[in-house]
Design a binder for this molecule. Sequence first.
Ligand SMILES: C[S@@+](CC[C@H](N)C(=O)[O-])C[C@H]1O[C@@H](n2cnc3c(N)ncnc32)[C@H](O)[C@@H]1O
Length: 339
Amino acid sequence: MTRRRHTAPAMRPARDTTPSPAIAPELRGFADDVLAGLSGNPKRLSSKYFYDDRGSRLFERIMRLPSYYPTRVEAAMLRRHAKDLLDALDTGGSPIEMLELGSGDGRKTLALCRAWLKAGAELVYRPMDISAQALEHLGARMARQLPALTVHPLCGDYFQTWPIPSARRRQVALFLGSNIGNFTDTEAARFLRRVRVHLRVGDSLLLGLDLRKDPHTVLAAYDDPEGVTAAFNLNLLRRLNRELGMDFDLKRFRHYASYCPLQGVARSFLVSQVRQTVRSHLLDHAFEFGAGEFIYTEQSQKYERTGVEALAQGSGFEVKAWFEDPALPYALVVCRATG
Ligand SMILES: C[S@@+](CC[C@H](N)C(=O)[O-])C[C@H]1O[C@@H](n2cnc3c(N)ncnc32)[C@H](O)[C@@H]1O
């Protein structure tokens, strides 16, 4: 009797990163990034892909965790300094167009909007986010809790959805939650320069920034005992399975978080627990993982004031006001667009 050998269908090796023609046009950018990221050494995936509907819900849970201090501290600071922040914008009484980059569910911004309206500011709020789910939650919350506020959500990438500025309004861009820390310094400078291009001289950028502090406190924020951050990180693989037809077995990967006090950077990884091959018929690729090999999924930079001032200056801004929580170091920074 002759035996037939079953061989797996041939797939292109990871080195060949030309996109497969089977990919739908709206997934092309995502697919290209994943293909390049998983073909590199070390393997990487961008943290911007965390936020599908489930990812956004998990992030909302992270923000409520006792160990995730940035949300709690920033929310309290926004309430405490709402009036000081408005003064620092120095709008000369002009109406404000508030553009929030990566607004998420907008929970913290609500208190700020409420305080600014109460102080007599004329305000239009434009939350911008790639997550439709986050914007839906935000819209419902604002309508329920602050019906007096005009809200125009913009769903998509920041720079693809940025509206044409109105001549009579001062633009105030918000980038909260220390989101800028997800970029390296070079990427952050490039990002701020792109923001600056959309602003006019005298417009402002309000940054929420996590500052350097006890390494134990930082690490605990990215490695909670409840396992919500682990589920959030692993959800990225679930998304790749669903949207790019991959066959990641989530049980074979484990969340790992680290914090380097020398660089002030928290990092998250997904570590392969065994030697394995992950395939995607849609991408027409197979990816090899060694036991212990990782995918680098997120960085969160913790800042020092001098570094932030240099970053702002190098990107067409000057720091106009700096508010700091000394107990759990965190800063709200008003940057003015310069000529
Ligand atoms: C870490 S969450 C922070 C949410 C909120 N700013 C806060 O402080 O709680 C990041 C948010 O940015 C959004 N986001 C990430 N990359 C984006 C992009 N390129 N364009 C628009 N939104 C983006 C995500 O969907 C997510 O809601």
